[in-house]
Design a protein around this ligand. Structure first.
Ligand code: 2RA
Length: 350
């Protein structure tokens, strides 16, 4: 029997991408059950070319389920992932609820696939989309050159804040587009943009150095996630990581500028060659021809794209790179699907 999959949060921004991804990847699933809040129950959504009715989240929806994916807020995962496990499923959770728990693995199949089996609580966590948008490439470089330090600046898309983030950026863009005088006087964009939505400042015609919530000493939760999750995934608890997370007026696809220091010297050519052969990574790096990844060109694709690869001028052990990854695909739905497929393999290989 092919394993049964439940998708909790099937109607959300990530859930919708998940249905699309499951419809195009090799099919390893028997039944696919769609689950959402009672508000969305009864809706019919298409997956693998077939319409499926969305069921309201309740303990019984997990009966007979082998793998339950969660694309829901932290509080919903915290309550319901253990319920799914009690009913016999393995939970693959895309929220932040369990990521840093020592007995829950945090998995990126290209980097630490073996950790999938190390799940005493029956829960496997999927990393934050910002960490995920760089970690496949950084994992490949680490395996060869030994990573010692990361200095990261993110350029994060509005959809990292869900459908509300996308709607806010589109509404603001519409409001500021017509007035060709905006952006020349302090406060004029803020006055014209209207509702700030989930962002602390206008996002249209602007950049906002903030994502997540305020933590100790001025760090944002997003910046701490990049640090803590990178350490856990790479198995480097002492890795030095500094991140500054910034929201930019892009709908979908996070970008990151990374300064990475290794234990040994690394040339740009060596890095380019290694990354060119790494699974899940695409190198696009010919600045003379105007070739480098940008969110607008990368959105909707699966790999982590890497360009602008340079050896640091002042340190032959350091590289500077620019990375782009679709935050709803590899950054969320695709990685969750890949983890679930590794679990599904256990059903066929034992
Ligand atoms: C963001 N990384 O971009 C978050 C979403 N998980 O806001």
């Amino acid at each position: 029997r092919l394993p049964t999959l439940a998708i909790v949060g099937a109607t959300g921004a990530v859930g919708s991408v998940m249905l699309d991804i499951l419809s195009t990847r090799e099919n390893v699933w028997g039944e696919i059950r769609l689950v959402a809040s009672p508000r969305s129950a009864g809706k019919r959504l298409t997956v693998r070319g077939t319409e499926v009715e969305v069921q309201a989240l309740a303990p019984e929806v997990f009966d007979g389920v082998d793998v339950a994916m969660f694309d829901v807020p932290d509080s919903v995962s915290a309550e319901w992932a253990p319920v799914a496990v009690e009913r016999g499923a393995v939970a693959v959770d895309n929220s932040g609820a369990f990521r840093m728990e020592p007995d829950v693995p945090l998995v990126v199949p290209e980097v630490n696939r073996a950790q999938v089996r190390n799940r005493p609580r029956g829960i496997i966590s999927n990393p934050n989309c910002t960490t995920l948008s760089m970690i496949v490439a950084m994992g490949a470089l680490h395996a060869r050159f030994g990573l010692e330090q990361l200095v990261v600046s993110s350029y994060q898309a509005a959809s990292g804040s869900g459908q509300e983030g996308i709607d806010t950026l589109r509404d603001q863009t519409e409001k500021v587009a017509a007035d060709r005088t905006l952006g020349e006087r302090a406060g004029d964009v803020r006055a014209a943009a209207g509702d700030l939505g989930p962002f602390p400042a206008p996002l249209a015609l602007n950049v906002v150095p903030w994502a997540g919530s305020l933590k100790d000493d001025g760090w944002s939760s997003e910046e701490l996630k990049v640090r803590n999750e990178s350490r856990k995934i790479l198995g480097l608890p002492g890795l030095s990581v500094s991140a500054t997370c910034v929201r930019v007026p892009v709908v979908t696809t996070h970008a990151l500028a990374v300064h990475a220091t290794f234990s040994q010297e690394v040339t740009a050519d060596a890095a380019r060659q290694l990354l060119g052969a790494a699974p899940g990574v695409t190198v696009q790096d010919d600045p003379a021809a105007g070739e480098f990844p940008t969110p607008a060109d990368v959105v909707g694709t699966d790999p982590t794209w890497v360009g602008r690869i340079r050896q640091a001028l002042d340190d032959p052990r350091s590289l500077d790179l620019f990375l782009c990854g679709d935050n709803l695909r590899k950054g969320a739905a695709l990685n969750t699907a890949q983890i679930a497929e590794v679990v599904a393999e256990e059903h066929t290989t034992g």
